[in-house]
Design a protein around this ligand. Structure first.
Ligand code: ATP
Ligand code: MG
Length: 249
């Protein structure tokens, strides 16, 4: 079982989106995938995956012995992935208890852990349960600075692999020199990229409706990310500007 924490330092850069979308792609590839919401108190993985209304038990119930981990898993509507929902007000959950809970997840090839923003207790708890980390950042200076802090903090944990997903890339701005390229970002972080996801309005739009459709700009990038993760590869090309199609009508 590979346990990958999706973290960032800075909030709002796309951790939950990357966890859900990467998880769905891994599930589509046939891997048994569980998405764990480690954002205790500010949980939203259940909302992003659309399972919110079907949540019966959460992490708090599992830890209190009211149900098994298996009973708490909720089937994602859009893929074969399962979601382990977070609890409200579980700040007292220890890193040890959380780790034991993740280890008790039955029959999974991949466990993706959606980390809370920041570098405090919630970060420690989420990272302690993982064996690999994906650091999500946007190409903005403040996100990169926070990602840099996170990369140094991660060196204190026994992780097999740390890699970066650069999210919300605008290839047109990169080509004009107005935005840092994926190579620049990863150079600054001294950490290899495992994925580069373009800015895509479909993500915000379809997050409320269900799953981002196949034709969305970001889908190819997510396929590449999932393939890299599954094969433990780091094949990431700079994103190119999409040529406008000629309209015939
Ligand atoms: N590639 C993208 N293109 C456009 N919008 C995106 C992209 N990735 C994420 N978003 C949007 O950015 C917003 C924040 O994303 P998300 O909730 O995944 O961030 P987060 O890092 O989990 O935030 P938090 O730190 O609050 O948990 C969402 O509205 C999401 O739809
Ligand atoms: Mg989040």
């Amino acid at each position: 079982m590979r346990k990958i924490v999706v973290t960032s330092g800075k909030g709002g850069v796309g951790k939950t989106t990357v966890t859900a979308t990467l998880g769905r792609h891994l599930a589509d590839m046939g891997y048994r995938t569980v998405l764990v919401d480690a954002d205790v108190g500010l949980n939203n993985l259940d909302v992003v995956t659309g399972v919110e209304s079907r949540v019966v038990y959460d992490i708090g119930d599992v830890l209190a012995g009211r149900c098994t981990v298996w009973q708490a898993l909720v089937q994602d509507h859009e893929s074969a992935a399962r979601v382990l929902p977070s609890t409200n007000g579980g700040e007292e959950i220890s890193a040890q208890a959380f780790r034991a809970l993740v280890d008790a997840i039955p029959d999974a090839d991949f466990v993706l852990i959606d980390c809370p923003a920041g570098i405090e207790k919630g970060f420690h708890r989420a990272v302690s349960a993982a064996t690999e980390a994906i650091v999500v950042t946007t190409p903005s200076a403040s996100a990169i600075r926070d990602a840099d802090k996170v990369v140094s903090l991660l060196s204190a944990y026994r992780l097999e692999d740390v890699s970066v997903v650069v999210n919300r890339v605008r290839p047109d701005m990169v080509s004009r020199g107005e935005m840092m390229s994926v190579e620049d970002v990863c150079g600054l972080l001294r950490t290899p990229a495992v994925g580069a996801i373009p800015e895509d309005d479909c993500i915000t739009l379809y997050q409320q409706l269900g799953r981002v459709p196949d034709f969305a700009l970001s889908e190819r990038a997510y396929e590449r990310l999932a393939s890299n993760v599954a094969r433990r590869e780091k094949k990431v090309a700079e994103l190119r500007k999409v040529k406008k199609r000629r309209r015939w009508f």
